[in-house]
Design a protein around this ligand. Structure first.
Ligand SMILES: Cc1cc2nc3c(=O)[nH]c(=O)nc-3n(C[C@H](O)[C@H](O)[C@H](O)COP(=O)(O)OP(=O)(O)OC[C@H]3O[C@@H](n4cnc5c(N)ncnc54)[C@H](O)[C@@H]3O)c2cc1C
Length: 396
């Protein structure tokens, strides 16, 4: 039987940064990171917008607000130290109507309360900052928003952990709890001091298998992007729409990535299964049944305007639909030649089975020497370096 002080399940950004925080705090400890795929960052951490959020959207007392700002500074430092590309381009959030202008002013107040650097600008100032953006009277400017290289960061963290003696177990298809502190894996029985579940989209299922009584279920929302391969450099900042979703989604944005390549998206349509990236891929009968049934209940209860959200999202599923939707943010959307769809990502959203709402903050639970990161919802990538320090300080 193999023995480790710590076992981490999941090689996304949360598992990797928690590994680094453990090694910083307990350098002599032994650590095993178990991943079901052949490498790190195969799911949300390698399939996201790559936007380093400044922390302006989140409720003041939330974990998101606490760790997004702090995490973004740590992430920038990490990229600078390691020579990983980061595009500190800033972002503008625009309004399409008088109602959306109210949303912008509310956001401005929230950002000020969170002590995030933002500015309300008029159309002339907007034109100086981002000539491609269009707005109704005013826009919000966030200079601290940036673009990061998600895959580059995850690969670099994997290298750091390897050099500190952390063992990786990839392609692990078996994970069963035998009794407290012992699991079955594909390399046999492993004994651990503490296990940290960072399994992203499957974190709820693993938590339940460790005995946590959860009244929640992770529901998959699929996000697709259109990519433009020419006119690189034509866009100076991110252009975001005013966040008018009651489901706390930030909406479609036109963004330069860390290299200046331009993408448009993501959509956010509930899909059939947790890793259903393409039409009929990764459909397991019991999982589809559970996911679709929950989505049906969300339609029936219609909390947070779920039905309206579905209708808007369905219109964005075609290339032309997504472009039409975005024409309210961008002066001449046709100047960007969107050649095709980029990588698809799936965001897990934590559904409260009791009141049918979606939980909008990070959630951590612990039971019998195991810690479970149940809701690593966006902007968990931005927040990861600070959030992981907190998990290790408070739960280990
Ligand atoms: C479309 C999209 C856009 C986003 N945009 C942004 C953004 O701009 N900025 C930002 O900060 N955040 C963004 N996010 C959110 C961010 O990507 C996630 O919050 C973050 O990557 C979550 O990291 P994680 O490590 O918890 O999960 P993941 O990256 O999903 O990692 C979980 C890992 O656990 C593994 N796993 C699961 N089950 C098992 C098992 N049984 N055994 C072993 N391993 C297992 C999986 O294979 C996976 O590798 C976005 C997400 C999406 C999908």
């Amino acid at each position: 039987m193999k023995k480790f002080d710590y076992v981490i399940v999941g090689g996304g950004i949360i598992g990797l940064t928690i590994g680094c925080s453990i090694k910083r705090k307990y350098p002599q400890s032994s650590l095993l990171l178990i991943e079901k795929e052949a490498d790190v960052a195969k799911h949300a951490s390698g399939r996201n917008s790559g936007v380093l959020h400044a922390g302006l959207y989140y409720a003041q007392d939330s974990l998101k607000s606490k760790f997004c700002k702090e995490g973004s500074k740590l992430l920038i430092d990490y990229c600078n130290n390691k020579g990983i590309g980061i595009n500190r381009c800033g972002k503008v959030i625009v309004a399409a109507s008088a109602e959306e202008l109210d949303i912008l002013y509310n956001l401005y107040n929230k950002a000020c309360a969170n002590k995030v650097d933002v500015k309300i600008v008029d159309e002339y100032e907007l034109d100086e900052i981002e000539p491609c953006a269009k707005t109704y009277e005013k826009a919000l400017y966030s200079p601290a928003t940036a673009s990061f290289n998600a895959l580059g960061i995850c690969m670099s963290l994997k290298k750091d952990l390897t050099s500190e003696g952390v063992q990786f177990l990839f392609n692990n298809k078996r994970l069963e709890l035998i009794d407290n502190n012992t699991i079955h894996t594909s390399i046999g029985i492993v004994n651990y001091g503490t296990l940290i579940n960072c399994a992203g989209m499957y974190a709820d299922k693993i938590a339940q298998s460790f005995g946590l009584n959860l009244d929640y279920l992770l529901i998959p929302f699929k996000g697709v992007f259109l990519e433009a391969t020419d006119l690189i450099g034509n866009l100076k900042t991110h252009i975001y729409q005013a966040p008018n979703s009651k489901l706390s989604l930030l909406g479609v944005h036109l963004s330069p990535d860390y290299q200046g390549k331009i993408k448009l998206g993501p959509t956010a349509l509930p899909c059939l299964a947790r890793e259903n990236y393409n039409w009929l891929s990764n459909l397991k009968f019991n999982e589809v049944k559970e996911v679709v049934w929950s989505e049906f209940k969300m339609v029936i209860h219609n909390k947070n305007g779920f039905r309206d959200h579905l209708l808007v999202e369905l219109k964005k599923q075609s290339k032309q639909g997504l472009i039409n939707h975005s024409s309210k943010l961008v002066k001449n959307i046709k100047q960007f030649n969107f050649n095709g769809w980029g990588i698809t990502g799936i965001q897990p959203r934590l559904y409260n089975l009791a009141n049918h709402t979606l939980i909008d903050d990070f959630m951590v639970k612990s039971i019998n020497s195991s810690i479970h990161i149940i809701n690593s919802v966006s902007p968990a990538f931005t927040a990861s370096f600070a959030f992981s320090e907190y998990v290790v300080e408070h739960y280990l």
